[in-house]
Design a protein around this ligand. Structure first.
Ligand SMILES: Nc1nc2c(ncn2[C@@H]2O[C@H](COP(=O)(O)OP(=O)(O)O)[C@@H](O)[C@H]2O)c(=O)[nH]1
Ligand SMILES: [Mg+2]
Length: 448
């Protein structure tokens, strides 16, 4: 990838729309524009963050392609740090393709996936965590994920990581002064201070790692599973929460075999809701397979909705199932409260949410309580780690710090601290590794 090349791509989705945006970035962005753009009023120069009205004209035959608005962002105060031009044309693929083709013929190159953001990274406009946050902003599936992505894009998570970095740098400076001037009397190694400084750096990392599993769930979605004996009304509740008749509901037990999965919003969270086959203690054939799947899902789920049929006394199946999910985070639900209640277990009656999946009574309260339960572990610290890459990088840095604290020579300690710094550098993209960049930007769309 040659950074001197000027790249071009459509930044809006393919297809028909009221407008589409063609984006250019690089040294020739403005001169290429000038070859195809006839502004209504000729500007002396294209100024920063100004919009110009005019037409795109094919320079070969003077054919007008479209009337457009052009915005110009001279570097370095642009998204990529280079000269950027955005052409807003009418959203017809014929027009978009024609404009891009003209620019390619004049010497631009098609942008690769995420190349605009990659240039922003290489030009020091953003770091790697912020680049990932651009992607997360575009793909956020719930309000909370969007807010987390925005905080990361604004650099809030990076700040925390730079704090850790500068702490390690300080320790290294202190230590290396000790190594370099070991024979001078006034420099004291002070091993207690070193150990306690390293420990407090480890604590800063632990603080971030603590919230990581929640950050990952907010970004990727929680898994919630409805379980309960056959005919309790699981599929009826599933349909109500999903908002349409997704699952077959029938009075015949064993109607649901393959589990069903749907992504839904619960408050400001995104959740994968699963409807499963009821579990019988003894099952054979396809029922047995269905139940193995249910058990595997129970294992993976972040929250179980354990449903009892309120119109029936408890039976052995209920007890068996309850024991299966005993150790999981769960909410107990008593369903069918539109009928006479014949369930008499005091503990379950007092500790459960009573609903009618059929009439919808109290289902809203259930949904609210799901949201509260999922977020009960979230302390409002704002920034959270949201990717395996973040967790892995910090975990490795932490390991080096612990090794540094245990090192028996100052040289070894310095070595371990440098390794920790490298890990942090890789996390923020200050140390660039091509494979890592390729992997990250592969997820981007073209034009971002
Ligand atoms: N009266 C009443 N019947 C319900 C309720 N929820 C489900 N049912 C009925 O119970 C039967 C089994 O429902 P279904 O959702 O298929 O149960 P599943 O086997 O747990 O998935 C169907 O006939 C439903 O119409 C409810 O809240 N009240
Ligand atoms: Mg069912």
């Amino acid at each position: 990838m040659n950074p001197n090349e000027t790249i071009v791509a459509c930044a809006t989705p393919p297809g028909y729309s009221s407008i589409a945006v063609v984006r250019l970035s690089g040294e020739q962005a403005v001169s290429l524009l000038q070859k195809i753009f006839r502004p209504k009023q000729n500007p002396e120069t294209y100024q920063a963050q100004h919009v110009y009205f005019g037409s795109i004209v094919d320079p070969l035959n003077n054919d007008t392609v479209d009337t457009v608005l052009v915005a110009t962002f001279p570097g370095p105060d642009s998204y990529t740090g280079e000269d950027v031009v955005e052409i807003s044309c009418h959203g017809n693929p014929l027009i978009v393709d024609r404009i891009i083709r003209l620019l390619l013929e004049l010497g631009a190159r098609s942008a690769r996936r995420g190349e605009f953001t990659r240039r922003a990274l290489l030009n020091g406009k953003i770091d790697l965590i912020q680049a990932e946050a651009v992607l997360d902003t575009v793909h956020a599936t719930c309000e909370r994920a969007r807010r987390l992505a925005l905080l990361q894009y604004e650099g809030k998570l990076s700040e925390r990581i730079y704090d850790i970095r500068s702490k390690i740098v300080d320790i290294l400076l202190f230590l290396e002064a000790g190594i370099d001037f070991a024979d001078e009397e006034d420099v004291d190694h002070n091993p207690e201070k070193l150990a306690s400084d390293i420990s407090s750096t480890v604590e800063m990392i632990d603080e971030l790692l603590k919230g990581a599993s929640i950050g990952m769930k907010i970004r990727n979605g929680y898994k919630i599973l409805i379980t309960g004996r056959a005919n309790a009304g699981k599929s009826t509740l599933f349909n109500r929460m999903v908002g349409y008749d997704r699952a077959i509901v029938h009075e015949q037990p064993g109607t649901t075999r393959d589990f069903l999965e749907e992504g839904i919003q619960v408050g400001d969270l995104y959740v994968f809701l699963y409807d499963t086959a009821g579990i019988l203690r003894a099952a054979a054939g396809p029922d047995e397979i269905a139940q193995q799947r249910t058990k595997a899902l129970i294992h993976e789920a972040d929250l179980i909705l354990m449903m009892f049929d309120g119109s029936e006394p408890m039976n052995e199946e209920d007890v068996y199932l309850y024991n299966l999910v005993k150790h999981k985070p769960k909410l107990l639900i008593v369903n069918k409260i539109d009928l006479n209640v014949r369930l008499s277990n005091e503990l379950i009656l007092s500790d459960s949410i009573k609903v009618s999946a059929r009439t919808g009574e109290n289902v809203e309260a259930l949904v609210e309580s799901i949201g509260r339960t999922l977020l009960s572990g979230v302390y409002e610290q704002g920034v959270l780690l949201t990717r395996h890459r973040h967790i892995d990088g910090l975990t490795r840095a932490r390991r080096y710090l612990v090794d540094a604290r245990n090192a028996d020579t100052t040289e070894k300690m310095a070595y371990e601290l440098h390794c920790a710094l490298d890990e942090i550098g890789e996390l923020t993209g200050k140390v660039l590794r091509k494979e890592i960049l390729d992997r990250i930007f592969e997820e981007f769309c073209i034009g971002k």
